[in-house]
Ligand binder design. Structure first.
Ligand code: SF4
Ligand code: SF4
Length: 274
């Protein structure tokens, strides 16, 4: 297996993440009209509005008057992830994923994963933070999470220049490195939680084939959302939990070809009728 093939999804994910930042940057600096704005609200080919649905929910809770473009943009993004991509935003779009992946890689190199911690962060914490962000938005009349969101800070920083926001990003990196494995994305980020909820029934999913599986457990070791792979070594099944970000790390590490992307529901029916 060549290095390129083994890392094919990682390469595509980085191309997607960096490509988007480059297009925003090019719009800002050279006036390109392909993708203007930022991850909060943008315009594709000067026609199609795209906006962050979680930011729109917070703005609504805050009582802001929302423009039609913003609502249409949020609707398009919601439909895309709800029907097709699941939580793919986190692995294919969000720039913070590159920071947390780097921290994770360094953790493995420094063998920090082997250190035992006395505290365990709950993966449900992100859903509480999500609810709190909406409540705080309603109380203070501003989109609460957007004020401190490392995603917005990094995205704007890369497009317009990093300022003091660099400290927030360094904080996320250090927290993931020394604090908790997959600490920010796997436990705290309410935007990741939001996409986990809306992407719960999406079509494109990882599928496990028990007949090919050698139960080496390399996939569960690499998966940033380990509980979603509960079927490994037990049965052939789609990964259905919304927390899976379709990052494909599990597919890349599997040497037995027991994991692949497939279309849920359609191929579920096919296998059932065989
Ligand atoms: S969990 Fe949050 S910070 Fe992490 S990749 Fe998803 S949106 Fe980005
Ligand atoms: S199951 Fe696979 S695709 Fe889903 S989060 Fe885990 S490693 Fe990524």
């Amino acid at each position: 297996m060549t290095w390129l093939f083994k890392h094919r999804f990682l390469i595509l994910r980085r191309l997607s993440q960096i490509g988007m930042i480059f297009l925003y940057f090019a719009a800002n600096v050279w006036g390109w009209k392909i993708l203007q704005g930022n991850l909060g609200s943008s315009l594709l080919f000067e026609t199609l509005p795209l906006s962050d649905p979680f930011a729109v929910v917070q703005m609504s809770a805050a009582g802001a008057l929302l423009g039609l473009d913003l609502l249409i943009g949020a609707g398009i993004i919601t439909l895309f992830y709800a029907l097709i991509g699941g939580r793919a935003f986190c692995s294919w779009v969000c720039p913070v994923n590159m920071i947390t992946d780097a921290a994770n890689g360094l953790r493995r190199l420094l063998r920090i994963n082997e250190v035992e911690y006395r505290y365990v962060l709950s993966r449900h914490l992100r859903y509480w933070i999500l609810a709190l962000s909406i409540v705080l938005s309603a109380i203070f009349g501003v989109a609460a999470f957007e004020f401190v969101s490392p995603i917005g800070i990094l995205n704007r920083g890369l497009i317009f220049g990093i300022g003091f926001g660099g400290a927030v990003i360094a904080g996320v990196f250090l927290f993931d490195l020394f604090g908790a494995k997959n600490g920010f994305c796997g436990h705290l980020c309410p935007l990741g939680g939001f996409y986990s909820l809306i992407g719960r029934f999406s079509l494109i999913r990882v599928k496990h084939n028990q007949e090919k599986c050698t139960v080496c457990m390399k996939c569960t070791e690499i998966c940033p959302e380990k509980p979603v792979l509960h079927m490994i070594g037990k049965r052939s099944e789609f990964v259905t939990m919304g927390e899976c970000s379709n990052c494909a790390r599990c597919i890349e590490v599997c040497e037995s070809d027991a994991l692949h992307f497939d279309i849920r529901f359609l191929n579920q029916k096919k296998s059932a009728s065989l």
